[in-house]
Design a protein around this ligand. Structure first.
Ligand SMILES: [Fe+2]
Ligand SMILES: [Fe+2]
Length: 345
């Protein structure tokens, strides 16, 4: 598809969604997918497994698909499922397990609302998870890099959308900061420059399929949980502090890793255009990290000091879930294995 942009040349704009339905991967997705292809009605999911809700492939995809109804929707699924009470009840139970798992590792810590930016910076400085960008730059092969892009497609093709849910829930200085960041994530008014669109370009340049949701069946639960985390924070007003903390931590950990991803893509001999998405982030997030730690996060806790714990919780939850993913991916690659689920076809 081509669009006329507000300035500059016409650019290719990828189609986004609805996502094709992936195959079931266990009893939860089996029950959900069976229900979703019918008219909205009473959904009953089996009891979730005793497994880790952040890592279980079946449970994470079930929650991901429930959330997808609030983004681009699912191919062939009636849009009324989004607000179907039985689906929301099932989603609430999965969310309860998800949050309980986070809280089991992240006990509340006291935070000074006047120093929330510094508190997030300390959380990030203490993070000891393996660095995927360093691994790809120093050791990764082309297949590893393509796998990394497939993992990231679960979020990057809807980049910025989960955080945008915060906008109507904020006011004043933090709202203005959030809108400025998001406006740039959405390409400064140019559809082709939207970061999600740039990521679709990168997928194409890597020889992958840029279609929204195309790789869902290959993406493990531990990756989907990273997206579920932002959707959880985004879709519940009561988690607005955590959503802001998550975005702040995201922006504050973007410049270095994206510079390494760009360098890794070049080292591996991918077309120059494959690096553009990462290069753009090195530039944009130089400014976004300051906006996110200052007017956004500190601005929020100045207006609502009671949210300081939640803001830092959002940053800690990001580190926890990203750490599970980076252990999984680098662990598989360093043993010469794939980090993806086997293809169903
Ligand atoms: Fe971005
Ligand atoms: Fe950014």
């Amino acid at each position: 598809m081509w669009v006329t942009t507000t300035s500059g040349p016409r650019q290719a704009v990828h189609g986004f969604g609805p996502a094709p339905l992936p195959p079931a991967r266990g009893p939860l997705t089996e029950a959900l997918l069976l229900a979703l292809v019918s008219a909205p009605g009473t959904l009953r999911l089996p009891a979730p497994p005793a497994a880790d809700p952040l890592a279980d492939d079946d449970e994470a995809l079930t929650l991901y698909l429930c959330y997808e109804l609030s983004y681009k929707g699912l191919e062939g699924v009636d849009d009324r499922w989004e607000w179907e009470p039985s689906l929301l009840a099932a989603r609430r139970e999965l969310e309860r397990r998800f949050v309980r798992r986070l809280r089991a590792e992240l006990a509340p810590v006291p935070v000074d609302p006047r120093a929330v930016g510094e508190a997030i910076a300390s959380v990030l400085a203490a993070d000891r998870a393996p660095s995927v960008s360093r691994y790809l730059l120093e050791h990764g092969g082309p297949a590893d890099f393509r796998e990394f892009a497939i993992h990231r497609s679960a979020y990057q093709l809807k980049e910025a959308d989960p955080h945008t849910f915060a906008i109507p829930r904020l006011s004043g200085v933090p709202k203005a900061a959030m809108v400025k960041i998001q406006y740039e994530e959405y390409g400064d008014g140019r559809a082709g420059e939207m970061h999600a669109n740039l990521f679709a370009d990168t997928l194409s340049e890597l020889g992958l399929t840029p279609t929204y949701g195309w790789y869902l069946d290959r993406i493990p639960g531990v990756t989907l949980s990273g997206v579920n985390l932002i959707s959880l924070f985004g879709l519940h007003r009561r988690w607005r502090g955590a959503l802001v903390g998550h975005l702040a931590a995201f922006e504050m950990t973007s410049v270095g890793p994206n510079a390494r991803y760009a360098a890794a893509a070049r080292r591996l001999g991918f077309p120059e255009a494959a690096s553009r998405f990462f290069d753009v982030h090195v530039d944009a997030d130089e400014e976004h990290q300051g906006l996110a730690a200052g007017p956004l996060a500190a601005g929020l806790t100045e207006l609502e000091p009671g949210l300081a714990d939640d803001v830092v919780f959002g940053a800690r939850a990001l580190c926890l879930v990203e750490g599970l993913w980076s252990h999984h991916a680098t662990g598989a690659w360093s043993r010469g294995l794939s980090s993806l689920r086997p293809s169903a076809s």
